[in-house]
Design a binder for this molecule. Structure first.
Ligand SMILES: *Cc1c(COP(=O)(O)O)cnc(C)c1O
Length: 479
């Protein structure tokens, strides 16, 4: 493909993408394929001679689309949203064309510098304490990680390194493996599976603490666990609190947890993967109160802030704590400015070496929507969640299970878990809408999230109609 052909095909691709998104509602939101469906549709090995672009695009419809779950359909209400927007799509084309691997400042200065400033912009939008911003003298700063899971792990590794270093400073004879075997980290039983996994990867104990009746981790539960573990001779070093849990969008009480962590020398990381985007609205910002006690904070603009995957924003109060945990400086990565203290080499902040120019899409989105435009997006989606909540509440046969604070409604048909399992199975088999369940204590619960940017009231009404009809059918079948 030469320049001229790219120019033509590029425009065709933009047309294809626009048509796809414009007519996405007409496609069943969930695919009807069996595992292994795709292998039968394409050759066993790569072609020796080049194929034509036309043939390839025909195969996009023949091979790919039948197996796509349409996350951007307004009938998709599963998991949490996966953000996309036109500004971010356009920026990703540019990022792909620049094609830099921005592991150090010198590897592409704009890639590093825009990221640092964008994380400051975003931090200010959230009203984060100044200590988290790079453009101050506080020693903090932000970085774009690929995912919230990586942020949790990176924070845990930094915390582990910090604790080992502190202990060895007092007792130089203690070996690192000895210290590590005594470390213990905490999270709630409602937190994302990636938190437990971070403990497995780092090889440290991760305790899952009980939550209160609102699925929130409270200070008292942490205190009790700390006393027990300290009595066993263990060393508490890390807490991952969640703002907006995945099952029910519950909020851990960081105003209680934070001061305990600070006085016990425990690193507090906050995972606000989904809910974080909402904190750009002043009315939701109180949910973030207590962030001042944390050592690191993370949320995913790629979930709810219209920046395409992957873009997970992470801030630390002390960048030295991160960099100290991962620093490697082989000769081929050294450059003239690295010891000037003025620049950031993001490779020290993350697990991989390579990194894409992801801040471009954030820059495009922040500039072309403006803070106001993004606030409107969040507010509209929260309103839609309340609209759905009200529909459910008006029906005696159903109950709401969570506090609907943002864009997630947890609800169930009053009755057995079996009945609810049957209900969701039928809903997804119909493929008109797509939702996933969760388990809250002993209850099997249905979860409806407002996902696509294009969801309107009519889609919420449609979803409810669908759910109600199927519930009615199931009930009739029972009688
Ligand atoms: C979605 C989610 C995650 C996982 O996000 P990734 O960016 O895919 O790792 C982690 N924590 C919470 C609370 C989430 O909702």
């Amino acid at each position: 493909m030469d320049f001229e052909e790219f120019r033509t095909r590029g425009k065709e691709m933009v047309d294809y993408v626009t048509d796809y998104l414009e007519s996405i509602e007409q496609r069943p939101v969930y695919p009807l394929v069996e595992p292994g469906y795709l292998r039968q549709l394409i050759p066993d090995s790569a072609p020796q001679q080049p194929d034509s672009f036309e043939d390839l695009m025909k195969d996009v419809e023949r091979v790919i689309m039948p197996g796509v779950t349409h996350w951007q359909s307004p009938h998709f209400h599963a998991y949490f949203p996966a953000a996309i927007s036109f500004p971010a799509l356009l920026a990703d084309i540019l990022s792909g064309a620049i094609g830099c691997i921005g592991f150090s400042w010198a590897a592409s200065p704009a890639c590093t510098e825009l990221e640092t400033v964008m994380l400051d912009w975003l931090g200010k939008m959230l009203d984060l304490p100044e200590e988290f911003l790079a453009g101050t003298s506080s020693g903090g700063g932000g970085v774009i990680q690929g995912t919230a899971s990586e942020s949790t792990l990176v924070a845990l590794l930094a915390a582990r390194n910090k604790m080992v270093t502190q202990i060895q400073a007092k007792s130089p004879d203690l070996e690192e493996v000895m210290i590590r075997s005594k470390l213990v980290a905490y999270t709630s039983e409602q937190s994302h599976s990636s938190v437990e996994r971070a403990g497995l990867i780092a090889g440290v104990k991760m305790r899952k603490l009980p939550t209160d009746e609102k699925f929130s981790l409270r200070g008292e539960a942490l205190k009790q666990a700390l006393e027990k573990d300290k009595a066993l001779g263990l060393i508490p070093f890390y807490l991952c609190a969640t703002l907006g849990t995945t099952p029910s969008c519950a909020f851990d009480n960081i105003m209680e947890l934070g001061p305990i962590c600070n006085s016990e020398n425990i690193w507090m990381h906050i995972d606000a993967a989904y809910a974080g985007s909402a904190f750009i609205c002043p009315e939701f910002r109180p949910l973030l109160n207590g962030v001042e006690f944390s050592d690191s904070f993370n949320f995913n603009p790629h979930k709810w802030l219209l920046v395409n995957f992957d873009c997970s924003a992470m801030w630390v109060k002390k960048r030295s704590a991160l960099i100290g945990a991962f620093k490697m400086d082989p000769l081929y990565l050294k450059h003239d400015h690295q010891d000037s203290g003025l620049i950031t080499d993001y490779r020290h902040w993350q697990i991989p070496l390579g990194r894409r120019f992801r801040s471009l899409k954030m820059w495009f989105v922040l500039r072309l929507y403006g803070v106001k435009g993004l606030q409107e997006h969040i507010r509209k989606q929260v309103d839609l969640a309340h609209e759905f909540e009200n529909l459910v509440r008006q029906d005696d046969q159903f109950e709401i299970i969570n506090d609907v604070v943002l864009g997630l409604v947890c609800f169930r048909f009053k009755g057995s878990n079996d009945l609810n399992e049957k209900l969701i199975k039928r809903i997804n088999e119909m493929r008109k809408i797509h939702i996933v369940p969760c388990q809250l204590r002993d209850k099997f619960v249905l979860r409806l999230a407002i996902c696509a940017r294009t969801v309107e009231s009519k889609h919420v009404q449609y979803a409810w109609q669908n759910i109600k009809e199927i519930a009615t059918d199931i009930q009739a079948g029972r009688q």
